[in-house]
Design a protein. Structure first.
Length: 253
């Protein structure tokens, strides 16, 4: 099972304009610092946070228990002008896990309802033997040669976004998620997605929009190790001059 946590800034919309609109650059700094802060704390337990919408972060949290979540909330409250609420869910697919996490939090009140520092747990992985994460690290082939060094920065960003949208659409249908992690890189928590299905998705996108992709896949009881194995898989594809679409690594090396 994969466990996911939704992290939501409490009552953030009203706060950004009270008593009058706050300087946008300050809001951007707050969001970036909060993301880095939560990432540092969740990574200490081998979890991984995705910046998602910044006011809503999604994290893979296999290995974190109730106390771990509460400690992060307390630490943020002590140091930031905002508080965070969290929802936690675990399921066979990443999409279902984040859905359960979201419902648990939504049932405690809306994002702008005055709700404060709620920890809403639908279910947590109690038995470490049930903990399983499959992650795919997906990368655009030769982005430096074909886009970064040729197109304008904005147009490259537009193409990367387009690839992201196609990947999200196709992976979501299979119960998998897809997050942009910087450069031309995407991370997909994808429990239950088999190698044939992922290969077909990459081939279809190449045919539909002409963007070549490759994916390393890793499997472990936590996302840190699964993502590391996925990185190794990507390196192996690069060493073979991008002839493979995907490469699965199941053992830590
Ligand atoms: N988050 C993250 N970003 C990375 C990683 N590796 C590379 N990047 C980013 O991706 C950009 C492009 O690097 P590459 O993907 O190695 O370059 P490329 O030209 O596509 O080359 P190939 O992947 O070998 O086809 C870099 O500038 C980084 O911003 C990674 O492991 N994680």
């Amino acid at each position: 099972m994969i466990q996911m946590t939704l992290i939501q800034i409490d009552n953030y919309g009203p706060w950004t304009v009270t008593p009058k609109p706050r300087t946008e650059s300050d809001l951007q700094i707050l969001q970036a610092e909060l993301f880095a802060d939560v990432q540092r704390q969740i990574a200490a337990k081998k979890g991984l946070v995705f910046f998602t919408r910044f006011d809503n972060l999604l994290a893979v949290t296999n290995g974190l228990n109730e106390e771990d979540h509460m400690r992060i909330q307390r630490s943020i409250r002590n140091r930031y002008p905002v508080t965070i609420s969290m929802g936690v869910g675990a399921a066979e697919t990443a999409h279902e896990a984040q859905r359960l996490a979201t419902i648990a939090l939504q049932e405690k009140g809306g994002a702008q309802s005055g709700r404060k520092e709620i920890l809403a747990i639908n279910n947590l992985i109690e038995n470490p033997e049930d903990s399983f994460v499959q992650a795919a690290h997906i990368d655009i082939n030769s982005v430096t040669e074909t886009l970064t060094d040729i197109e304008s920065a904005f147009d490259t960003s537009f193409m990367v976004n387009k690839a992201q949208h196609y990947l999200m659409t196709k992976l979501r249908e299979k119960g998998a998620l897809l997050f942009f992690i910087g450069g031309d890189n995407f991370m997909s928590p994808c429990n239950g997605l088999n190698e044939e299905d992922l290969t077909k998705i990459l081939i279809d996108i190449k045919e539909e929009i002409g963007i070549g992709l490759k994916a390393g896949i890793g499997r472990a009881d936590n996302i840190e190790d699964a993502a590391y194995m996925a990185d190794i898989g990507l390196e192996i594809i690069r060493e073979g001059n991008n002839k493979e679409w995907i490469h699965l690594i199941e053992e830590l090396q």
